[in-house]
Design a protein around this ligand. Structure first.
Ligand code: KIV
Ligand code: ZN
Length: 515
């Protein structure tokens, strides 16, 4: 009989712990809405106690995103559980996920606790969380390096205390598929009343085994898997949602298990997360990489032309990859624009529609035909707008062989118009140096990526930059048919986010870590 495996998405919590992948609240809400369209079972929206931004993200996602259970992480401390419960007030299906280490390495060296103390605290915190919500998850951190008898004791005790889900994390990506499958089987056979709870798994990818370990655990009976879009997460990342979901779908014959994920939304989710975090998906990445469905060898192409199944184990359409669809043109009106967005699954407020429509009109003047991907870029830009301390009014550049690259930039800075000309090593460098001078900012450019949104020489160029200043990292995006203009917009978008983040930080202090 086919079992249902729950998909617990932690892109917004563990995924956000990827170096440089921080997202602001609006961006998190946008990603959460896409996760709801994907139909994941649980969204871990953040770690409420860690910062006011995380608290607000959990709160807003709990109130605004319909469908999945919304979860907040909480260390096994009363104040963390209280913060999670407060943030989740108003969420129709709230879950508190609390955790403490189970391995001696962590307990002795980091937490300075005995096994007994950790077990008592785990039970107390599960009970405390149950005082607020019915749905409580407990994670014995570093489970795969813990003594298995002690792990069984902890799992049994937290189930007794009321945890409905017990998650077994491979926190440092240390285990192997055979070993992890065995751990899950041991828990299921040795823990009294194990079936009263769902056994979940949470695998990190330090040895490149996160998906294989998760699949082995599912095969051994795990009922929930924690994963992230594009596999982003702490260090080498988490198990990738799209690989697990498509693995289960494609090999249902073997796993006898399925998820409720609407796989046709995978490709869109991958693009959105990549754009917002600035983390590029490697071309050969399984399922969502640019080459994942590209067959180049003559023998393969010959086979495919005769019968798709010769070399294709999944259809590109099953993850939402279709021929770019022409959706709108210059003469399309606001009503048609709104309808098209609804068809694409976006429900925007009137204010967001107005901002997106203005952008659409400007783009339609530059580009005759607009495709689905163009609308997606417009919508994500409009929905993640931050207050604009700096905005671009006009710009021009001069560059070429044997010429000194020069940029003239006119900006609005805190309401004043400022214009300046500067030079650089290339046109983008000239623009960036001039903008930094006008805005008197001193951020460091960590990465600069440009790609075409659709095909054709009139395609919009989408630029994504990552900036760092005083320990804050942000990603800025810009799209335009002129890539130098898109570069300026991406840089200014990042500077605006940085200004907001630094201002919030001076009001509220640093984000706290997990331990
Ligand atoms: O990797 C880990 O152990 C975690 C826990 C908080 C579940 O992320
Ligand atoms: Zn983790």
């Amino acid at each position: 009989m086919t079992r249902h495996v729950r998909i617990f998405d932690t892109t917004l919590r563990d995924g956000e712990q990827s170096p440089g992948a921080s997202m602001n609240v609006e961006e998190k809400v946008l990603v959460a809405k896409q996760l709801a369209r994907l139909n994941v079972d649980v969204i871990e929206a953040g770690f409420a106690m860690s910062s006011p931004g995380d608290f607000e993200a959990v709160q807003r996602i709990g109130r605004e995103v319909e469908g999945p259970t919304i979860c907040s992480l909480a260390r096994a401390r009363p104040e963390d559980v209280d913060a999670a419960a407060n943030a989740l007030k108003g969420a129709p299906k709230p879950r508190i996920h609390t955790f403490l280490s189970a391995s001696d390495i962590h307990l002795v060296h980091q937490f300075h606790m005995t096994r007994d103390q950790a077990l008592t605290r785990a039970v107390e915190m599960v009970r405390h969380a149950r005082g607020y919500v019915d749905d409580v998850e407990y994670s014995p951190m570093d489970a795969t390096r813990s003594d298995v008898s002690y792990l069984c004791e902890v799992v049994e005790a937290v189930i007794d205390a009321g945890a409905g889900t017990v998650n077994i994390p491979d926190t440092v990506g240390y285990t192997t598929p055979q070993e992890f499958g065995e751990i899950i089987r041991t828990l299921r056979s040795r823990v009294r009343d194990c079936d009263r709870a769902i056994i979940s798994v949470h695998c990190h990818n330090d040895l490149g085994l996160a998906v294989a370990n998760s699949m082995a655990a599912i095969h051994a009976g795990a009922g929930q898997v924690e994963c992230t879009i594009n596999g982003i997460g702490e260090r080498a990342g988490n198990a990738s949602l799209e690989e697990i979901v498509m693995g289960l779908r494609t090999r249902k014959d073997f796993y006898q298990a399925e998820t409720c994920v609407r796989t046709e939304e995978i490709s869109k989710a991958s693009r959105l997360v990549s754009k917002i975090t600035g983390m590029v998906v490697q071309p050969n990445k399984a399922i969502v990489g640019a080459n994942a469905f590209a067959h180049t060898s003559g023998i393969h192409q010959d086979g495919l032309l005769k019968e798709k199944r010769t070399y294709e184990i999944m259809r590109p359409e099953s993850i939402g990859l279709t021929q770019s669809r022409l959706v709108m043109g210059k003469l399309s009106g606001r009503h048609a624009f709104r309808e098209e967005l609804t068809k694409l699954g976006y429900s925007l407020t009137d204010e967001e529609i107005n901002a997106a429509f203005d952008r659409f009109k400007r783009l339609a003047d530059q580009k005759k035909e607009l495709f689905e991907e163009d609308l997606e870029a417009i919508v994500s830009e409009a929905a993640t707008k931050v207050p604009e301390r700096y905005s671009l009014k006009a710009m021009s550049t001069q560059s070429g062989m044997n010429q000194l690259p020069t940029a003239t930039v006119e900006l609005q800075v805190d309401g004043r118009i400022e214009k300046e000309t500067g030079t650089g090593d290339g046109p983008v460098d000239a623009v960036y140096r001039t903008i930094a001078h006008v805005t008197q900012t001193r951020s460091t450019l960590l990465s600069y990526v440009v790609k075409a949104i659709t095909g054709g020489t009139d395609a919009q160029g989408e630029v994504s930059v990552r900036l760092e200043q005083d320990g804050e990292t942000v990603t800025g995006n810009g799209a335009d048919t002129d890539i130098i203009v898109a570069s300026a917009q991406a840089y200014l978008n990042a500077l605006n986010k940085l200004a907001l983040q630094l201002e919030r930080r001076s009001d509220t202090g640093h984000k706290i870590g997990l331990c």
